[in-house]
Design a protein around this ligand. Structure first.
Ligand code: COI
Length: 356
Protein backbone atom coordinates (compact mmCIF):
# COMPACT_ATOMS: atom_id res chain seq x y z
CA UNK A 1 0.00 0.00 0.00
CA UNK A 2 1.22 3.50 -0.81
CA UNK A 3 1.83 6.08 1.92
CA UNK A 4 -0.89 8.76 1.92
CA UNK A 5 0.01 12.41 2.54
CA UNK A 6 -2.56 14.81 3.95
CA UNK A 7 -2.84 18.55 3.30
CA UNK A 8 -5.73 20.13 5.16
CA UNK A 9 -7.85 22.97 3.75
CA UNK A 10 -7.25 26.27 5.52
CA UNK A 11 -10.80 27.56 5.01
CA UNK A 12 -13.76 25.18 5.32
CA UNK A 13 -17.01 25.48 3.36
CA UNK A 14 -20.31 26.04 5.09
CA UNK A 15 -22.13 22.73 5.58
CA UNK A 16 -25.76 22.43 4.50
CA UNK A 17 -28.10 23.25 7.37
CA UNK A 18 -31.34 21.78 5.96
CA UNK A 19 -30.70 18.07 5.32
CA UNK A 20 -34.15 17.64 3.78
CA UNK A 21 -32.97 19.70 0.79
CA UNK A 22 -29.71 17.89 -0.01
CA UNK A 23 -30.86 16.31 -3.29
CA UNK A 24 -28.13 14.49 -5.19
CA UNK A 25 -24.76 15.50 -6.62
CA UNK A 26 -24.75 19.23 -5.92
CA UNK A 27 -22.60 19.79 -2.84
CA UNK A 28 -18.99 18.65 -2.39
CA UNK A 29 -16.91 18.43 0.77
CA UNK A 30 -13.66 20.23 1.69
CA UNK A 31 -11.13 17.57 0.65
CA UNK A 32 -10.55 14.91 -2.01
CA UNK A 33 -8.25 11.91 -2.43
CA UNK A 34 -5.97 11.68 -5.48
CA UNK A 35 -3.29 9.38 -6.85
CA UNK A 36 -1.43 9.34 -10.15
CA UNK A 37 -0.39 6.52 -12.45
CA UNK A 38 2.39 6.28 -14.97
CA UNK A 39 3.11 3.26 -17.14
CA UNK A 40 6.21 1.48 -15.85
CA UNK A 41 5.97 3.21 -12.46
CA UNK A 42 2.48 2.23 -11.33
CA UNK A 43 0.35 4.24 -8.91
CA UNK A 44 2.14 6.92 -6.91
CA UNK A 45 1.66 10.10 -4.88
CA UNK A 46 -1.45 9.09 -2.95
CA UNK A 47 -2.71 12.23 -1.24
CA UNK A 48 -5.62 13.92 0.45
CA UNK A 49 -5.76 17.58 -0.52
CA UNK A 50 -8.26 20.46 -0.37
CA UNK A 51 -11.09 20.07 -2.90
CA UNK A 52 -10.13 22.17 -5.92
CA UNK A 53 -10.34 22.44 -9.71
CA UNK A 54 -7.96 20.40 -11.88
CA UNK A 55 -5.79 22.12 -14.43
CA UNK A 56 -5.64 19.95 -17.57
CA UNK A 57 -4.23 20.61 -21.04
CA UNK A 58 -7.01 20.93 -23.68
CA UNK A 59 -5.38 17.98 -25.50
CA UNK A 60 -5.72 15.67 -22.47
CA UNK A 61 -6.98 12.36 -23.86
CA UNK A 62 -9.97 12.01 -21.53
CA UNK A 63 -11.56 15.03 -23.25
CA UNK A 64 -11.20 13.47 -26.70
CA UNK A 65 -11.45 9.71 -26.44
CA UNK A 66 -13.29 9.36 -23.15
CA UNK A 67 -11.18 6.96 -21.10
CA UNK A 68 -13.14 7.74 -17.94
CA UNK A 69 -14.68 5.34 -15.43
CA UNK A 70 -16.35 5.91 -12.08
CA UNK A 71 -18.05 4.23 -9.14
CA UNK A 72 -20.78 5.12 -6.68
CA UNK A 73 -20.78 4.06 -3.04
CA UNK A 74 -22.06 5.56 0.23
CA UNK A 75 -21.08 6.21 3.84
CA UNK A 76 -23.93 5.93 6.36
CA UNK A 77 -24.36 7.41 9.83
CA UNK A 78 -25.67 4.99 12.45
CA UNK A 79 -28.11 6.09 15.17
CA UNK A 80 -25.19 6.06 17.67
CA UNK A 81 -23.41 8.62 15.47
CA UNK A 82 -20.79 6.15 14.13
CA UNK A 83 -20.01 5.86 10.42
CA UNK A 84 -19.97 2.86 8.13
CA UNK A 85 -19.40 1.92 4.49
CA UNK A 86 -21.33 -0.69 2.50
CA UNK A 87 -19.21 -3.13 0.43
CA UNK A 88 -16.62 -0.51 -0.63
CA UNK A 89 -14.16 -3.23 -1.72
CA UNK A 90 -16.73 -4.45 -4.27
CA UNK A 91 -16.92 -1.02 -5.87
CA UNK A 92 -13.14 -0.79 -6.15
CA UNK A 93 -12.92 -4.31 -7.58
CA UNK A 94 -15.58 -3.40 -10.15
CA UNK A 95 -13.56 -0.31 -11.07
CA UNK A 96 -10.61 -2.57 -11.87
CA UNK A 97 -12.90 -4.67 -14.12
CA UNK A 98 -14.14 -1.51 -15.85
CA UNK A 99 -10.53 -0.35 -16.24
CA UNK A 100 -9.50 -3.59 -17.92
CA UNK A 101 -12.21 -3.25 -20.58
CA UNK A 102 -11.29 0.39 -21.19
CA UNK A 103 -7.54 -0.28 -21.61
CA UNK A 104 -6.86 1.48 -18.30
CA UNK A 105 -4.64 0.22 -15.45
CA UNK A 106 -5.93 -1.89 -12.57
CA UNK A 107 -6.62 0.28 -9.55
CA UNK A 108 -4.41 0.00 -6.46
CA UNK A 109 -7.51 -1.07 -4.55
CA UNK A 110 -5.78 -1.30 -1.18
CA UNK A 111 -4.50 2.28 -1.29
CA UNK A 112 -7.81 3.52 -2.69
CA UNK A 113 -9.72 1.90 0.21
CA UNK A 114 -7.34 3.29 2.82
CA UNK A 115 -7.47 6.73 1.13
CA UNK A 116 -11.28 6.57 1.19
CA UNK A 117 -11.36 5.68 4.89
CA UNK A 118 -8.94 8.47 5.81
CA UNK A 119 -10.80 10.97 3.63
CA UNK A 120 -14.13 10.16 5.27
CA UNK A 121 -12.68 10.44 8.75
CA UNK A 122 -11.41 13.93 7.83
CA UNK A 123 -14.86 14.79 6.42
CA UNK A 124 -16.86 13.02 9.16
CA UNK A 125 -18.92 16.11 9.98
CA UNK A 126 -20.20 16.14 6.37
CA UNK A 127 -22.01 12.79 6.80
CA UNK A 128 -25.65 13.84 7.25
CA UNK A 129 -27.83 12.61 10.11
CA UNK A 130 -31.38 12.62 8.78
CA UNK A 131 -33.15 9.35 7.81
CA UNK A 132 -32.47 8.48 4.17
CA UNK A 133 -29.42 10.74 3.82
CA UNK A 134 -25.81 9.62 3.37
CA UNK A 135 -22.41 10.75 2.10
CA UNK A 136 -22.17 9.68 -1.55
CA UNK A 137 -18.70 8.55 -2.64
CA UNK A 138 -17.61 9.06 -6.24
CA UNK A 139 -14.30 7.32 -7.14
CA UNK A 140 -13.23 8.28 -10.68
CA UNK A 141 -10.34 7.39 -13.01
CA UNK A 142 -9.40 9.43 -16.09
CA UNK A 143 -6.67 9.28 -18.73
CA UNK A 144 -4.31 12.26 -18.51
CA UNK A 145 -1.88 11.87 -21.42
CA UNK A 146 -1.58 14.95 -23.60
CA UNK A 147 -1.81 13.66 -27.16
CA UNK A 148 -4.32 13.26 -29.95
CA UNK A 149 -3.34 9.76 -31.13
CA UNK A 150 -5.94 7.14 -30.34
CA UNK A 151 -4.00 4.85 -28.00
CA UNK A 152 -4.25 3.68 -24.42
CA UNK A 153 -2.86 6.51 -22.33
CA UNK A 154 0.30 6.08 -20.25
CA UNK A 155 -0.84 8.42 -17.48
CA UNK A 156 -3.99 8.35 -15.36
CA UNK A 157 -5.49 10.16 -12.41
CA UNK A 158 -7.65 8.43 -9.79
CA UNK A 159 -9.66 10.57 -7.41
CA UNK A 160 -12.45 10.35 -4.86
CA UNK A 161 -14.89 13.16 -4.12
CA UNK A 162 -17.69 13.16 -1.53
CA UNK A 163 -21.21 14.58 -1.72
CA UNK A 164 -23.79 14.66 1.11
CA UNK A 165 -27.04 13.39 -0.46
CA UNK A 166 -30.71 12.80 0.12
CA UNK A 167 -32.76 10.70 -2.27
CA UNK A 168 -31.78 10.42 -5.95
CA UNK A 169 -35.34 10.88 -7.21
CA UNK A 170 -37.01 14.05 -6.03
CA UNK A 171 -40.07 12.18 -4.74
CA UNK A 172 -38.07 9.68 -2.65
CA UNK A 173 -39.90 6.35 -2.33
CA UNK A 174 -42.88 7.43 -4.42
CA UNK A 175 -43.05 5.20 -7.53
CA UNK A 176 -41.49 6.68 -10.68
CA UNK A 177 -42.68 6.45 -14.27
CA UNK A 178 -40.22 4.93 -16.75
CA UNK A 179 -40.16 5.22 -20.54
CA UNK A 180 -39.24 2.07 -22.48
CA UNK A 181 -36.71 3.19 -25.08
CA UNK A 182 -37.15 1.51 -28.44
CA UNK A 183 -35.17 3.75 -30.76
CA UNK A 184 -31.77 4.16 -29.12
CA UNK A 185 -29.78 1.40 -27.40
CA UNK A 186 -27.36 1.63 -24.48
CA UNK A 187 -25.03 -1.32 -25.05
CA UNK A 188 -24.35 -4.30 -27.27
CA UNK A 189 -22.62 -7.65 -26.80
CA UNK A 190 -18.84 -7.16 -26.68
CA UNK A 191 -19.27 -3.47 -25.82
CA UNK A 192 -18.87 -1.63 -22.54
CA UNK A 193 -22.32 -2.17 -21.00
CA UNK A 194 -20.98 -4.04 -17.97
CA UNK A 195 -18.54 -1.24 -17.11
CA UNK A 196 -19.17 2.03 -15.34
CA UNK A 197 -17.57 4.08 -18.10
CA UNK A 198 -18.60 7.67 -18.69
CA UNK A 199 -19.45 6.87 -22.32
CA UNK A 200 -22.34 4.60 -21.30
CA UNK A 201 -23.92 7.55 -19.51
CA UNK A 202 -23.10 10.01 -22.32
CA UNK A 203 -24.90 7.70 -24.76
CA UNK A 204 -27.99 7.71 -22.52
CA UNK A 205 -28.42 11.45 -22.14
CA UNK A 206 -30.43 12.20 -25.30
CA UNK A 207 -32.95 9.42 -24.64
CA UNK A 208 -33.17 10.52 -20.99
CA UNK A 209 -33.88 14.12 -22.02
CA UNK A 210 -36.62 13.04 -24.46
CA UNK A 211 -38.19 10.81 -21.78
CA UNK A 212 -38.08 13.68 -19.26
CA UNK A 213 -39.85 15.97 -21.73
CA UNK A 214 -42.59 13.34 -21.90
CA UNK A 215 -42.83 13.39 -18.09
CA UNK A 216 -40.84 10.23 -17.24
CA UNK A 217 -37.99 10.01 -14.74
CA UNK A 218 -35.76 7.58 -16.62
CA UNK A 219 -35.40 5.29 -19.62
CA UNK A 220 -35.65 1.51 -19.54
CA UNK A 221 -33.12 0.16 -22.00
CA UNK A 222 -33.83 -2.91 -24.12
CA UNK A 223 -31.18 -5.23 -25.56
CA UNK A 224 -29.12 -3.71 -28.37
CA UNK A 225 -29.77 -6.45 -30.94
CA UNK A 226 -33.49 -7.25 -31.04
CA UNK A 227 -34.77 -4.53 -28.73
CA UNK A 228 -37.03 -7.11 -27.15
CA UNK A 229 -35.44 -7.89 -23.81
CA UNK A 230 -35.21 -5.78 -20.67
CA UNK A 231 -31.68 -4.63 -19.77
CA UNK A 232 -31.48 -1.86 -17.14
CA UNK A 233 -32.35 1.73 -16.32
CA UNK A 234 -28.94 3.56 -16.61
CA UNK A 235 -28.99 4.54 -12.91
CA UNK A 236 -30.42 1.25 -11.64
CA UNK A 237 -30.94 -2.45 -12.32
CA UNK A 238 -34.56 -3.59 -12.68
CA UNK A 239 -36.46 -6.20 -10.68
CA UNK A 240 -40.02 -7.46 -11.15
CA UNK A 241 -42.10 -9.18 -8.44
CA UNK A 242 -44.63 -11.87 -9.21
CA UNK A 243 -46.04 -12.30 -5.73
CA UNK A 244 -43.08 -13.63 -3.76
CA UNK A 245 -40.98 -14.43 -6.86
CA UNK A 246 -38.47 -11.78 -7.92
CA UNK A 247 -37.32 -11.83 -11.53
CA UNK A 248 -34.44 -9.76 -12.90
CA UNK A 249 -32.48 -9.70 -16.17
CA UNK A 250 -29.49 -12.06 -16.02
CA UNK A 251 -26.06 -10.45 -16.35
CA UNK A 252 -25.16 -10.82 -20.00
CA UNK A 253 -22.21 -8.48 -20.49
CA UNK A 254 -24.29 -5.47 -21.45
CA UNK A 255 -25.90 -4.85 -18.04
CA UNK A 256 -24.09 -3.23 -15.12
CA UNK A 257 -23.42 -5.88 -12.44
CA UNK A 258 -24.92 -3.74 -9.68
CA UNK A 259 -23.63 -4.20 -6.14
CA UNK A 260 -27.07 -3.23 -4.83
CA UNK A 261 -28.59 -5.68 -7.35
CA UNK A 262 -26.47 -8.51 -5.99
CA UNK A 263 -27.11 -7.49 -2.37
CA UNK A 264 -30.86 -7.35 -2.93
CA UNK A 265 -30.88 -10.80 -4.59
CA UNK A 266 -28.93 -12.23 -1.64
CA UNK A 267 -31.22 -10.59 0.93
CA UNK A 268 -34.32 -11.67 -1.01
CA UNK A 269 -33.21 -15.32 -0.87
CA UNK A 270 -32.38 -15.01 2.83
CA UNK A 271 -35.86 -13.54 3.42
CA UNK A 272 -37.46 -16.52 1.69
CA UNK A 273 -38.30 -15.00 -1.70
CA UNK A 274 -37.62 -17.00 -4.85
CA UNK A 275 -35.22 -15.20 -7.20
CA UNK A 276 -34.82 -15.80 -10.92
CA UNK A 277 -32.15 -14.27 -13.18
CA UNK A 278 -33.19 -14.75 -16.77
CA UNK A 279 -33.86 -13.12 -20.14
CA UNK A 280 -37.01 -11.02 -19.75
CA UNK A 281 -39.08 -10.00 -22.79
CA UNK A 282 -40.65 -6.54 -22.51
CA UNK A 283 -43.82 -7.91 -24.20
CA UNK A 284 -44.20 -10.42 -21.36
CA UNK A 285 -43.75 -7.69 -18.74
CA UNK A 286 -46.53 -5.65 -20.37
CA UNK A 287 -48.81 -8.72 -20.70
CA UNK A 288 -48.15 -9.78 -17.10
CA UNK A 289 -48.80 -6.26 -15.78
CA UNK A 290 -52.10 -6.18 -17.67
CA UNK A 291 -53.18 -9.62 -16.43
CA UNK A 292 -52.22 -8.69 -12.85
CA UNK A 293 -49.56 -11.46 -12.58
CA UNK A 294 -46.85 -8.84 -12.25
CA UNK A 295 -47.36 -7.28 -8.84
CA UNK A 296 -44.41 -4.89 -8.45
CA UNK A 297 -41.49 -3.39 -10.34
CA UNK A 298 -38.54 -1.62 -8.76
CA UNK A 299 -35.02 -0.50 -9.51
CA UNK A 300 -31.92 -1.06 -7.40
CA UNK A 301 -28.77 1.06 -7.28
CA UNK A 302 -26.42 2.85 -4.89
CA UNK A 303 -27.90 6.26 -5.59
CA UNK A 304 -31.44 4.99 -6.21
CA UNK A 305 -31.36 2.43 -3.30
CA UNK A 306 -34.66 0.64 -4.07
CA UNK A 307 -36.97 2.78 -6.17
CA UNK A 308 -40.46 1.53 -6.97
CA UNK A 309 -41.59 1.86 -10.58
CA UNK A 310 -45.28 2.72 -10.80
CA UNK A 311 -45.72 2.81 -14.56
CA UNK A 312 -43.99 1.83 -17.78
CA UNK A 313 -44.71 3.54 -21.08
CA UNK A 314 -43.79 2.03 -24.45
CA UNK A 315 -44.70 3.91 -27.60
CA UNK A 316 -48.28 4.97 -26.84
CA UNK A 317 -49.10 2.33 -24.28
CA UNK A 318 -48.75 2.92 -20.55
CA UNK A 319 -49.14 0.18 -17.97
CA UNK A 320 -49.63 0.89 -14.30
CA UNK A 321 -47.95 -1.46 -11.83
CA UNK A 322 -49.43 -1.75 -8.37
CA UNK A 323 -51.52 1.00 -6.79
CA UNK A 324 -49.23 4.03 -6.89
CA UNK A 325 -47.50 3.15 -3.63
CA UNK A 326 -44.41 1.07 -2.90
CA UNK A 327 -45.36 -2.66 -2.83
CA UNK A 328 -44.71 -5.08 0.05
CA UNK A 329 -41.74 -6.85 -1.58
CA UNK A 330 -39.90 -3.62 -2.42
CA UNK A 331 -40.75 -2.22 1.02
CA UNK A 332 -39.41 -5.32 2.83
CA UNK A 333 -36.21 -5.29 0.77
CA UNK A 334 -35.80 -1.53 1.25
CA UNK A 335 -36.24 -1.85 5.02
CA UNK A 336 -33.80 -4.76 5.21
CA UNK A 337 -31.13 -3.24 2.96
CA UNK A 338 -31.24 0.21 4.56
CA UNK A 339 -31.51 -1.40 8.01
CA UNK A 340 -28.14 -3.08 7.37
CA UNK A 341 -26.62 0.02 5.76
CA UNK A 342 -27.60 2.28 8.69
CA UNK A 343 -26.68 -0.32 11.33
CA UNK A 344 -30.23 -1.03 12.56
CA UNK A 345 -30.14 -4.68 11.44
CA UNK A 346 -27.22 -7.09 12.01
CA UNK A 347 -25.01 -7.54 8.95
CA UNK A 348 -24.87 -11.30 8.50
CA UNK A 349 -23.16 -11.08 5.11
CA UNK A 350 -20.08 -9.19 6.24
CA UNK A 351 -20.84 -6.23 3.96
CA UNK A 352 -20.30 -3.40 6.43
CA UNK A 353 -16.96 -1.68 7.05
CA UNK A 354 -17.22 0.31 10.28
CA UNK A 355 -15.20 3.52 10.35
CA UNK A 356 -16.13 4.84 13.77
C1 COI B 1 -24.89 5.11 -8.53
O1 COI B 1 -25.95 4.57 -8.21
O2 COI B 1 -23.98 5.27 -7.71
C2 COI B 1 -24.65 5.58 -9.89
O3 COI B 1 -23.54 5.74 -10.24
C3 COI B 1 -25.81 5.83 -10.76
C4 COI B 1 -25.98 7.22 -11.27
C5 COI B 1 -26.07 8.27 -10.24
C6 COI B 1 -25.06 7.55 -12.38
Amino acid sequence: MLPISITKATALKEKPTDESKLGFGKIFTDHMFLMDYEEGRGWYDARIVPYANFSLDPATTVFHYGQAIFEGSKCYRRADGGLQLFRPQDNLARMTRSAKRMGMPALDEETALEGLKQLILIEKDWVPHQEGTSLYIRPTMIATDVMLGVHAARHYLFYIILDPVGSYYKDGLKPVGIYVEDEYVRAVRGGTGFTKCAGNYAASILAGAIAEEKGFSQVLWLDGVEQKYVEEVGSMNMMFAYGSKIVTPALNGSILPGITRQSVLTLARQLGYETVETRLAIDDIFADAKSGKLTEAFGTGTAAVISPVGSLCRKDETIVIGDGNIGPVAQKLYDTLTGIQYGRIPDENNWIVRLS
